[in-house]
Design a protein around this ligand. Structure first.
Ligand code: ATP
Ligand code: CA
Ligand code: CA
Length: 375
């Protein structure tokens, strides 16, 4: 933030950066629409397009009110393919990212990266270091392979990689990913789990098994020599608390301040309307996040119903760690040689089992069926 109160990132005012990014992305998606959708070739991973955006406009770019800039698009065909695998329509993508202002996330990590969220809450744009962008480009073919075998991966979903360059300013690399934590659903607790503060070691018995379920500290020990940036991001929505809050709000709206005598009657009415509200919340939620993000129903120790969102983030720190991480997570999901490439659901199921038996002791199924009945 400078003396005039203008917010900037690498000396580019954030408003201009946001607007320029939107122009650049819209232009690249538009250009892609003119090339036929096809399977990708190895050389597609290495493609870098570089488009000049003079403020006066050009044959292929509109005029704009920001400084002249260049916009690099990495592996456009590969990312288009990824978006297709992740069931993101090009038009929706364009609409989400480019037609409404992006908002900046207020509590990002310590690395200095900035995060933007699309207005519809579906996408996150993260600025990244050159090193991270290089690593991502290097692993694209493997990412592609993994994606084909396991489209419901817990690894981050990468939808696009770009670079903004403006004369005399530093390059700003931008990665578009899935937003794991929807704003439309209140997240009561959020964990960025690296595990270092949890006293959790696998038991000797567990370790002796062919596929031991290792715990946070095991994980730590394995990786302590290396930079551990990646983590499991976990958001917890509390269905019962949310219902109670909606109920309270409804009570206030309907009855205003009321005597304690009136309350029981009012609360029955409130409960049915709170149910309606909850249903509409769910509907809204389902249209926004159709079966894509990992959601798990659970209960906490108080017996309150929870909805848990999770995924792995911040994985582009080191290739060696990345390989190990991938292996580690895969080893949670299947028993060594019984790898099934035909059944992507298997990974999700396997993970659910792990969560059920290891992380959450309560009967998820019982809770899930209750939720199904209630919703
Ligand atoms: P550091 O390297 O210091 O850990 P970073 O700048 O690389 O930080 P991340 O670890 O990627 O940042 O993310 C920081 C925070 O931003 C996360 O803890 C989380 O709250 C939020 N965040 C990151 N990625 C996502 C995502 N895909 N969906 C929702 N929230 C996210
Ligand atoms: Ca991190
Ligand atoms: Ca990081």
């Amino acid at each position: 933030i400078d003396k005039q109160g203008e917010v900037s990132y690498k000396r580019v005012p954030t408003d201009a950066l946001m607007g320029s990014i939107q122009l650049g992305i819209a232009n690249s998606i538009g250009a892609l629409a003119n090339t036929p959708d096809r399977d990708i070739l190895f050389k597609d991973f290495e493609v870098i397009e570089n488009v000049a955006f003079p403020s006066s406009g050009s044959n292929t770019t509109p005029s704009h009110g920001y400084s002249d800039f260049h916009f690099k698009i990495y592996a456009p065909n590969a990312f288009r393919y990824f978006r297709r695998i992740f069931k993101i329509e090009q038009a929706d993508f364009l609409n989400s990212i480019c037609t409404q202002p992006l908002t900046e996330l207020s509590n990002p990590g310590a690395s200095g990266s900035i995060f933007y969220v699309s207005a519809d809450d579906k996408f996150i744009i993260k600025t990244m270091q050159n090193k991270e962008a290089k690593l991502l480009r290097k692993i694209l073919p493997e990412y592609y392979k993994n994606l084909n075998q396991n489209p419901r991966t817990l690894l981050p979903k990468f939808f696009g990689l770009f670079c903004y360059q403006s004369f005399g300013k530093k390059n700003i690399r931008l990665l578009i990913m899935n937003n794991l934590l929807p704003n439309s659903i209140k997240i009561y607790e959020k964990f960025d789990l690296k595990g270092s503060t949890y006293k959790r070691f696998a038991s000797k018995v567990e370790r002796a098994k062919p596929t031991p379920t290792l715990k946070d500290l095991d994980f730590n020990e394995e990786y302590k020599e290396k930079i551990m940036d990646y983590s499991m991001l976990m958001g917890i929505h509390n269905i019962d608390l949310a219902e109670a809050e909606i109920g309270l709000r409804t009570l206030d709206d309907e009855c205003g301040p009321s005597t304690s005598k009136d309350r029981p009657q009012a609360s029955t009415d409130a409960r049915s309307s709170q149910m309606d509200l909850w249903k509409s919340l769910q509907r809204d939620f389902n249209t926004k996040y159709p079966h894509e993000e990992v959601r798990i129903a659970a209960k906490n120790a108080k017996g309150e119903r929870l909805l848990i969102f999770l995924g792995i983030i911040d994985i582009l720190q080191s290739y060696r760690v990345l390989k190990k991480l991938e292996y580690k997570w895969k080893s949670f999901f299947h028993d060594g040689d019984t790898i099934s490439v035909q059944k992507p659901l298997f990974y999700a199921k396997r993970f659910e089992t792990y969560m059920k038996e290891t992380v959450f002791r309560v009967a998820i199924e019982e809770c899930a069926s209750k939720i199904r009945k209630n919703v």
